[in-house]
Design a protein around this ligand. Structure first.
Ligand SMILES: NC(=O)c1ccc[n+]([C@@H]2O[C@H](COP(=O)([O-])OP(=O)(O)OC[C@H]3O[C@@H](n4cnc5c(N)ncnc54)[C@H](O)[C@@H]3O)[C@@H](O)[C@H]2O)c1
Length: 378
């Protein structure tokens, strides 16, 4: 089978789906690999490296799509690109299909199959394929580095002849994969770290990384399924905000990472909380692309409020570490491919958990429960 990798076209995207090392491995296993000219340039992988790894460099984007048996990308391609794919070809990418019905429609129209990387079940067997985690981990690290850079203070306690500098205080909202890496990074830099999450099991994880857990008493409105928060009531969010307010007012940095898959991100930092923060404090809203955890954050912009708080709204943090992000993504997606296929053909094990969980469109028909319209019952 022929794998093809296009150049990513999303604004500010520096990643690429396959690294030269992973290409080498796939070629050795018997796949043919075509890479669009310059696809790896922003990840510091020149075309020469791909050629040396056994790939063919293709100049014509249309040909990249038309010739692929398997198209592998980071972000889902546009509907126009998908229309150029051959019938029964297969797409592997981040589709976020539930919130992108136009992509599902484009795949159906083209008669292709599509597996979405973000829908791979979070089970131990699938850990090597878990691109959500590999990218969130890097994003968590980068969020702290960006915040540290924007803050006019150092993180650690420092005793000098001219006086003692108090350590900075970092508040992290959400202790998932990104949040836990943000805690570890902020601790390594010497900050005092306080953390809030609504999944009770995170308390121990936070403490083991040296963070202080801000305990919000849960209530029956919090629904958790498969390790994910599925929903939470407005009353609970209000109660949580009241408790967090005191911590926010004393924070030098707040990093928010709270997400609810397939839904708008919960608002955790209100306008009043932003107003209560000191001049020069920094907020990083990692949920900005999903609607934001912070009132006043703007996607891909740094907002400076009237009281001097900087709100950073970078939407694609992993892309700012393209070398690591592409290397890890390439490992994730090639492991995913090798699980689903041999170099000759896809296995189509329709009842197998990873296949079933991640297959969105099968030979032109939408099949994933999140995108198939349920019949209305009386
Ligand atoms: N293979 C595996 O077993 C595997 C791999 C990765 C992650 N996981 C698990 O999957 C789960 C989701 O991880 P994720 O990082 O993708 O989560 P996520 O990106 O969906 O959410 C980030 C965090 O925000 C939290 N959150 C949601 N609403 C909040 C609120 N109102 N206040 C504070 N925090 C709030 C969530 O609890 C979560 O910890 C975790 O349990 C994680 O440990 C399992």
């Amino acid at each position: 089978m022929k794998i093809a990798v296009p150049k990513e076209t999303k604004l500010k995207e520096n990643r690429v789906a396959l690294s030269p090392d992973v290409v080498k491995d796939l070629v050795k296993k018997g796949f043919a690999v075509a890479i669009e000219k310059g696809a790896g340039a922003n990840s510091y992988f020149n075309d020469d490296l791909y050629t040396a790894a056994g790939a063919t460099i293709v100049n014509d984007r249309k040909e990249v799509f038309a010739s692929a048996d398997v198209l592998m990308s980071v972000n889902a391609p546009s509907a126009a690109d998908i229309a150029n794919m051959k019938k029964e070809a297969i797409l592997l990418a981040f589709m976020y299909a539930q919130t992108h019905p136009e992509l599902v429609e484009a795949c159906s129209k083209a008669g292709i199959s599509a597996f979405s990387v973000d829908a791979i079940p979070r089970i131990s067997r699938a850990q090597k394929m878990d691109a959500l985690s590999s990218q969130a981990n890097l994003a968590g690290y980068k969020s702290v580095i960006m915040a540290a850079d924007a803050l006019g203070k150092i993180f650690p306690l420092m005793m000098t002849a001219a006086g003692t500098i108090k350590p900075s205080k970092v508040v992290i909202m959400g202790a998932g994969v990104a949040g836990l890496q943000a805690i570890a990074t902020a601790k390594r830099l010497g900050a005092i770290v306080e953390v809030s999450d609504i999944r009770p099991e995170t308390k121990e994880q936070v403490q083991s990384l040296g963070g202080k857990f801000i305990e919000v008493k849960g209530d029956a409105s919090i629904k958790i399924e498969g390790g994910y928060v599925k929903g939470v009531s407005d009353e609970f969010l209000k109660m949580q905000q009241e408790l967090i307010a005191k911590h926010a007012a004393e924070a030098d940095i707040i990093i928010t990472t709270a997400l609810i898959p397939g839904r708008k991100a919960p608002v955790l930092i209100s306008e009043a909380m932003v107003k209560s923060m000191r001049n020069g404090s920094v907020i990083v809203d990692m949920a900005v692309e999903q609607g934001g955890n912070v009132v006043g954050s703007k996607m891909n912009e740094t907002v400076v409020t009237a009281n001097g708080v900087k709100i950073l709204g970078e939407s694609n943090l992993p892309s700012l570490l393209p070398l690591n992000a592409s290397e890890l993504y390439a490992k994730n997606i090639s492991t995913f491919l090798l699980h689903l296929a041999t170099p000759e053909a896809f296995k189509w094990e329709m009842e197998e958990e990873i296949t079933k969980g991640s297959l969105i469109v099968h030979k032109g028909t939408p099949v994933h429960p999140s995108v198939v319209k349920q019949p209305v019952t009386a």
